[in-house]
Design a binder for this molecule. Sequence first.
Ligand code: SIN
Length: 531
Amino acid sequence: MLRYLVPFHPKRVPHFFTDVLVVGSGLAGLRSALAVDPELSVLIITKDSLRESNSAYAQGGIAGVLTPEDCFEDHVADTLQAGGPLCDRKVVERLVYEAPKRIHELIDWGARFDRVGDRLALTREGAHGCRRIAHALGDATGKEIIRAVITQVNVSAHIDIWENTFTVDLLTLDGVCRGALVWNRQHGKTMIWAKQTILCTGGAGQLYRETTNPDVATGDGMAIGYRAGAELRDLEFMQFHPTVLYIAGGSRNLISEATRGEGAHLVDRNGHRFMPDYDPRAELAPRDVVSNAIVSQMELTRHPNVYLDLTHLEAEKIRERFPGIAAICAEFDLDITQDRIPVRPGAHYMMGGLTVDTEGRTTLPGLWAAGEVTASGLHGANRLASNSLSEALVFGAHAGKEASQAAAGQHDSFCALMLESPRVESVSEPLNLADIRNSLKSLMWRSVGVRRDAEGLSEALENINRWCRYVLGRQFCDPGGWELQNMLCIARLMIEAALARQETRGAHVRTDFPKTDHKHLNRHTTFVCEV
Ligand code: SIN
């Protein structure tokens, strides 16, 4: 594995200096930037536009204890119950106890959450014991939260933003992260020297053919952290959302779990409501249980999908509560109040990632991380629905504050630091990147999907290793190639992790090891790249 994807000569590229560098502009990235002391400079780098992130697509809502009828202990218990022993109670408690304060901060910043009278309207989702999920504009919670937070960022004079800028690799010197090598069309390669760096690059759903994630979710942060020497863990745990719109030719839109929270049923091709056959909690069982049940029912009925049925619910209320979902379905001639919605599971949220402590510190000095790119111990083997926007706020704020304090104590000594040019420029034969990317996504869906076994995983690893041999050593000159290199790097580790965990636990379902094995109770699968 090459340490840097591209060659660069420190004397021949522009340099930029900042106190804190934030990579990624989802909710975790924006919130961490806002937590940095305004006396310091912050640069946010994002490979697309500021608004394009997984957070912005979140529909269902944001979880927190927001009414006197709910309590912290119950939210902690539900999170631990869904994620199992791989959760870290300290981390779960931090999320639960701090989420309400962060949600109220959003309201102070102008986020318009839905209300019933003067109280927040709360919905319920799978494995939550009560209604504890706040939502905005019906089913556009992520979009509204991001709008409010961007408004805050835009009035913060100490925060700079570079959009359409790809982070190729982290810069490391003497085992410490010193910033990043980035690329954009305007300036080409630029070395960003940062006293402290925070990775908030989100997940890796794009490794799969069926996914709710936008195009940007290609696992870049995990790959660049790994190449720089930071530890990754628990990559076998990709959460599959049970209900992704499945229409030939249509994009794979999320159909929010909140629809089930409001009473929608899952039925098979024959109209049979099957979830009670699998779990007494029926449609509101945890996500791993529902996704698995859907796959079983698809097999049983020999049908490529099941259906979400809202037709028994009050039509007007449903249109008002889920305007975005109604509009997407209408594009395919489906009226959600009269027609059943074809759905099946899709890759949704990566629970593994960069190992971090409760403050967001990675194992690489100078590097912090928050949000979906991390494995903090919050989600264990199966994330509780709607805990991720709260995660981004709570742990983004901690990472930003801690990185800020660390940067405040450092001198401006960057100019004395010089990195070696890693290797010379060598142009390779062009490759059909789209072809490899599509093959990778199909392979991951087929062999590392909702269910896996040793035979499929080993075959997938063999294929990926072959592709890695001729893709990873190549020099590309724009993001298409670098993204593919990152995707292959993370896919390979995900498969190795899935092979190593010879048991079924949460979202990791091994058909050849169908039982949970208590030998593996607290065992994390970890990877560190020798640099
Ligand atoms: C949803 O609306 O179903 C997604 C919520 C989440 O993934 O937390």
